[in-house]
Design a protein around this ligand. Structure first.
Ligand code: GLU
Length: 319
């Protein structure tokens, strides 16, 4: 864990210094990747190279500082939960979305079923599997996969996003825990409609192929209040961005969200494919790729790199 209140003296707006800090973050991330291991509960994910690491930082002017494996495609996994939430807010509205899912950090693992059964009928938040499956069940009444992938392309400013068929099949064939969640939600009368149709869309959205740049783009759009800074296209109303950023901040890194909030302090979302997207309001989007995960299921390299950048450039939301 990297923890110090010491603040090195340098000009935090100097492009050369910013580049130096991002390079150091990349080196830290690549080193930390050796401490983690790739996910294997979805067999296709086990094929990733745990030594890979890449980081992309992009600002509103389109300046892009990238190091390492930033073009390699990998499955977005849980980061799609941000896109699903954004779609739900945009197409169903705030009131409807949050009448079926709460806004509380669960403090449990991403795929936990425990509190859902014992402590609450509604899923804790849209950033964990139960909440995302519930959100998807509502969306599935209005959107099919073509609609969702079009929205994902706009949200990530990346027309090259496609479905990773291998990951999708692997996930579908081994997704019994997610099936259990969907059917439990239906038994409680929370999930309406067909659980299998909902799960199919959920698995597909987790299997979208992105790269570190798509994740930087996504966070850049969020940092720019929902508008594509390059085309001026409004993808989602700015009023919804506050909700998305808040939930990324409080729930975006599973049961490591609190510690990450203190040490990094940037609204972020991780996925077991190895990605992290981090959004610095009015400034930039950051995307990292490092498939070696720590014990909480978050990218070991991504966390190390983001801690470094946040600390040295003072990007913590509470600085
Ligand atoms: N598709 C994964 C699952 O449902 C997503 C998990 C994650 O990235 O946190 O298990």
């Amino acid at each position: 864990m990297y923890f110090t209140y010491e603040q090195p003296e340098f000009d935090k707006n100097d492009p050369g210094e910013i580049r130096r800090v991002i390079r150091e973050a990349y080196e830290n991330g690549r080193e930390a990747a050796f401490l983690g291991r790739v996910a294997d509960y979805i067999p296709e994910l086990a094929k990733a190279d745990g030594g890979d690491f890449g980081i992309c930082v992009k600002n509103m002017a389109g300046d892009n500082i990238s190091f390492g494996e930033t073009e390699k495609r990998f499955s977005i996994q849980s980061i799609s939960k941000v896109i699903n939430l954004a779609a739900s807010l945009k197409f169903l509205g705030f009131r409807e979305t949050f009448s079926h899912v709460k806004m509380e950090p669960s403090g449990d693992a991403f795929n936990s079923i425990l509190k859902l059964d014992l402590a609450s009928d509604l899923p804790y938040n849209p950033m964990i599997n139960a909440g995302a499956i519930q959100v998807m069940s509502m969306l599935s009444n209005f959107m099919d996969f073509d609609d969702l992938i079009s929205f994902a392309k706009a949200f990530c400013m990346d027309d090259s996003i496609v479905l990773n068929e291998e990951v999708y099949c692997s996930e579908r064939d081994t997704g019994d825990r997610n099936r259990a969640i969907a059917y439990l939600l239906r038994s409680k009368g929370v999930l309406q409609g067909d659980p299998d149709k909902t799960l199919d869309l959920y698995f597909r959205m987790c299997s979208l192929n992105v790269n570190a740049e798509s994740l930087a783009n996504m966070s850049l759009l969020i940092a720019n209040n929902g508008t594509n800074p390059f085309t001026g296209k409004h993808v989602i109303h700015p009023g919804y961005i506050r909700t998305i950023r808040s939930l990324m901040y409080t729930c975006g890194l599973y049961d490591e969200s609190g510690e990450y909030g203190v040490l990094v302090g940037i609204p972020s979302k991780s996925g077991v494919g190895g990605g992290i997207t981090a959004s610095v309001k009015d400034r930039c989007g950051i995307g990292t790729y490092g498939p070696a995960l720590n014990e909480k299921g978050n990218s070991a390299g991504g966390i190390a790199a983001l801690q470094h950048i946040s600390h040295l450039l003072q990007l913590n939301s509470f600085c």
